[in-house]
Design a protein around this ligand. Sequence first.
Ligand code: MG
Ligand code: MG
Length: 278
Amino acid sequence: MARERISLKSNSDIIAMREAGLITAHALAAVKAAIKPGVSTLELDAIAESTIRSFGASSNFKLVGGYHHTICSSINDEVVHGIPSIDRVLVAGDIISVDCGAITPAGWNGDAAFSMVVPGGDPEIMASRQALSDACEASLWAGMAALATAKRLNEVGRAVEKTIRKHGRYGILQDYIGHGVGRSMHEDPAVFNYQTRDLGPVVESGLVIAIEPMITGGKEQVKILSDDWTVSTKDGSDGAHWEHTVARHKDGIWVLTAEDGGLAGLAPHGIIPVPLNP
Ligand code: MG
Ligand code: MG
């Protein structure tokens, strides 16, 4: 594996990154509140954009070459990188994954995502989609809990994979993985969602990463649609995607894109997040 260049963050860097994380969290909360049948993904995109701007920050997705939106919105068999459109209108029972990020004027990034089932659909289909989302979310929190004590980074991927396997026969995307976050939205190191032979880099204080499991209700194989962005399952099964930006510092971990810093999500793992004070 090629040697990675990991830029470790100081405590004051992490405190500055919390601002980017919280703005990202607020944008996603506003989108989540607006999700209902009949809403287009372009409307959700506008809500994320105006929320980020209202805090004086900007969309970092728009800084990605060739991408012109604030969120990615991926519905049903789409797993990630779906493009918002006025023509994509949510239907009761759809599963939608929304990915979003903010960059502050100081130049720090946040990156987070959630999946949700649109209310009011067929109960059986909704239950299986909710189970898929729950498995993905549980694996994210297990990965973050692992980061709290990890000596090598792939302890995160091992915990993510183990949790997904425990929940059912789901596919884990192989070519789409988490990453470092900082002055760029995507930095080293690679953060796998599965066990790898290489244990990965040594986990040091100042490591800030996005952990983002992407799973399917069937097989792991995906294809890119003709829009050159949307990643959808080959077998037509549903996709789910959950993500948080999390910092490991000398006193513990802090989930920068969770409004409560990760308190509720980490509690079942016996981990208490440790916020840093300015
Ligand atoms: Mg993301
Ligand atoms: Mg990411």
